[in-house]
Design a protein. Sequence first.
Lengths: 273, 282
Amino acid sequence: MTATNAPSTSQPQPDPRPRQDAAAIPALSIAGISHSYGPRHALIDINFTVAPASFTALLGLNGAGKSTLFSLVTRLFGIQAGRIGIFGHDVGQAPGEALRLLGVVFQPRTLDLDLSVTQNLLYHAALHGIARREARLRSDEVLARIGLADRASSKVRDLSGGQMRRLEIARALLHRPRLLLLDEATVGLDVKARADILSHVRQLVTEQGIGVLWATHLFDEIMPGDDLVVLHQGRVLARGPVEDIIAEAGAHDINSAFMRLTGAAAESGRPAP
Amino acid sequence: MSSTATGQTRRGFSLAEYITCLNGIVWREALRFLHQRERFVSALVRPLVWLFIFAVGFRQVLGISIIPPYETYILYEVYIAPGLMAMIQLFNGMQSSLSMVYDREMGNMRTLLVSPLPRWYLLFCKLLAGTAVSLLQVYAFLVIAWFWDIAPPPTGYLTVLPALILSGLMLGALGMLISSGIKQLENFAGVMNFVIFPMFFASSALYPLWRVLEGSPLLYYVCLFNPFTHAVELIRFALYEKTNWVSLLVVGGCTAVFMIGAIYAYDPQRGLVRRGPAGGET
């Protein structure tokens, strides 16, 4: 992630056309994004970037605006203000090109419970135009990787919560995206399942070079070396490497840094969105 | 499939990718339909109850004169068969839209909508898939009806197919348009009562329009402007190897209008933008 706290005007503007300098292209660039539900402001002037092959945590309490931001990146909602780019492709102007490079795991389960594990994967592959034979090969490959090869024919409703989440991550990777968004992917899982999933996603970053944006409200999912965006009441309060944010807040860990940042935001009299 | 090492993608989609996507959506709808056996049974029982009970009772009360496309006197059961075929499609169209509301609430809809293919195409595929499922139901009904002496000309089974596809698309698009405006699943049942029953009863499905005119000129005009009436007549004529051009134009026009409306309503800049995140999300 770009670790600057510069004002939004200095943020890279996504271009509808892919740029030539691949190394300079962020996996995800959010520039000046604001969003409202009627009179209620859910997001206010959001700016940050996610670098390829990096793990960026989007930390915020419930109601911070994380899911709204994800809905905008995935084009479920129209962009009201600002621009979003995925590897240089503008989500608003070239959604097909942008979404091809994006894998996403939403907060609620989005699997079809009445279909089998493989059928869910094949359906997703078809939605990305992947031919049946190739889809089967990829499906077998990802199921082996996540340890669900023996459950390929099982109905999804017979899987455990952790298995479903792993399947959703596998599905999100089936079309070989280069950016992965996960919205509260470990909510409702036990400690071991949470650790497994987090470790699996971190492996994707180091081994496959995938850029990851991990939305969470759990401090213990953030590790030293991660990039961090602190989102609170629709605003970005801080962004940068975890260590820098802790140091700048004068705190000793991310938990207390978050409390200081959100407390300071409240004391500054910033109007609640 | 498409990304390169530089992160650039090729633009657009190939014909093969469009076809793969269509196949996938139709395949998924068919699988869901097969898994829900009760849905298939209830889709058949409904028209059969009308055919075996209602029609037998009304046969003695309601006389049918010779009207196109029929060339002789017909039994009442024969008259209402096309109406019941359209009724299957009407219920199927509304059921498909109900499942879209359910999918949206449960989150499954997102899988479809985050596909990189154009959203209008995804919705069109969804409509085609729903229509394909309705065709299975209609032909199953026709097989049973044949044993009840409702036997159109053999080629009628083929000539009715395009009419069924068009009427299925129209009713599916109408359901999709309605579903786009419904926020919660609970609201859907109420809306259906204001759509299914008025559409079905204020049409030529159960009684010819000249009979309606005798009873109430106002209702006659309501029936005349009801697109479902024209779906019924399109099917009725096609089943007897004839074309009702007025109905074809009306059903074709309504299909286009409803489809454009549904695509417009599901456009993220317009339809979904007014909705907040799903329950529990922020």
